[in-house]
Design a protein around this ligand. Structure first.
Ligand code: DP6
Length: 299
């Protein structure tokens, strides 16, 4: 059984959990799915085997363990699986491939085991693999509701049904190296040690309202400004962790300055967002695509 799920980029970030086992978030979040994502094939087999981008991974590989531990939630003891994952975007470099990875895996398992679950249930199951995966069950703009229940049954994603084809996301690759600390550990450390974290839910509530206003009125400037502010607030919050977490490389900072220079001095209406890695995602409108492609090396 083969399934595809798109990667998604959060415009309003998920950062911090109220339950680490179930990936229940402290706040709601909002994302836009990309065209690219993950293709996953799952078959019954005689022994467990995990393939990533054409290479068979060892049983002790972290990716193998994460995938198989996830499958253990759903299978009997004697049910080996052959899992093949192909990512169209770099794995674990803050390009959101875990989001599409677990969503595609859940879709493939839904077929293989004949669950016939609806999207809401699949979104809840994908969340158990990786929080952001709950948003990758849909294309377009998606909101993941934080929910309040301890069992997480009200913590799932929904599409917003907003069409905005002029809005573009460009990936500026700064480094495709594995990040020094994964988002899971980083968000845990932020919640436990950053004195700025108590301001984060308030920041998200404000930004989420502004983002919905921007989407409903197709106000690109409001969308860009809100996404950029939200991403920088997330990074500031994690920088205040002990020990500090800073994903930025010198080139990340140089790219931010370049964006601000172009926007403030040269009138190019571009903004950025960033996740748990050094790479930058540009937000711009279709009419500026040629200018952006000339100015940045897009992945
Ligand atoms: C910065 O979904 O990878 O990309 O739930 O622990 O698997 P886990 O975390 P993950 O975190 C994503 C964090 C982010 C922001 C976002 O996508 O909302």
């Amino acid at each position: 059984m083969t399934a595809f799920a798109p990667a998604n980029i959060a415009l309003i970030k998920y950062w911090g959990k109220r339950n680490n086992e179930l990936n229940l978030p402290v706040t709601s979040s909002l994302s836009l799915s990309l065209d690219k994502g993950t293709h996953t094939t799952v078959k019954f087999a005689t022994e467990d085997a995990v393939w990533l981008n054409g290479n068979r991974l060892g049983p002790d590989d972290a990716f193998t363990k994460r995938l198989l531990t996830f499958c253990d939630r759903f299978r009997d003891k004697n049910c080996p699986l052959h899992i093949e994952t192909v990512n169209e975007i770099p794995t674990a470099a803050g390009f959101a491939s875990s989001s599409s990875g677990f969503a595609a895996l859940v879709l493939a398992l839904n077929e293989l085991f004949g669950w016939n679950h609806d999207r809401k249930t699949l979104s809840i199951l994908a969340r158990l693999g990786s929080g952001s995966a709950s948003r990758s069950l849909y294309s377009g703009f998606v909101e993941w509701h934080a929910g309040v229940r301890d069992d997480g049954l009200d913590s799932y994603s929904e599409p917003l049904n907003i069409e905005w084809p002029e809005l573009q996301i460009g990936l500026v690759m700064i480094s495709d190296k594995q990040k020094p600390i994964d988002s899971r550990m980083a968000m845990r450390r932020t919640v436990e040690t950053s004195t700025l974290y108590k301001a984060w839910p308030e920041q998200v509530a404000k930004d989420l309202a502004l983002m919905k206003e921007a989407l409903n009125s197709k106000n690109f400037t409001l969308l860009g400004q809100t996404a950029e502010t939200n991403a920088l607030a997330m990074h500031a919050t994690m920088a205040a962790s002990v020990p500090s977490i800073l994903y930025w490389q010198p080139e990340t900072v140089a790219t931010m300055h370049k964006i601000w220079q172009l926007r403030n001095k040269e009138g190019l209406n571009i903004y950025f967002t960033m996740d748990a890695g050094p790479n930058i995602k540009l937000l711009y409108e279709k009419k500026d695509s040629a200018a952006v492609a000339e100015l940045f090396n897009l992945a």
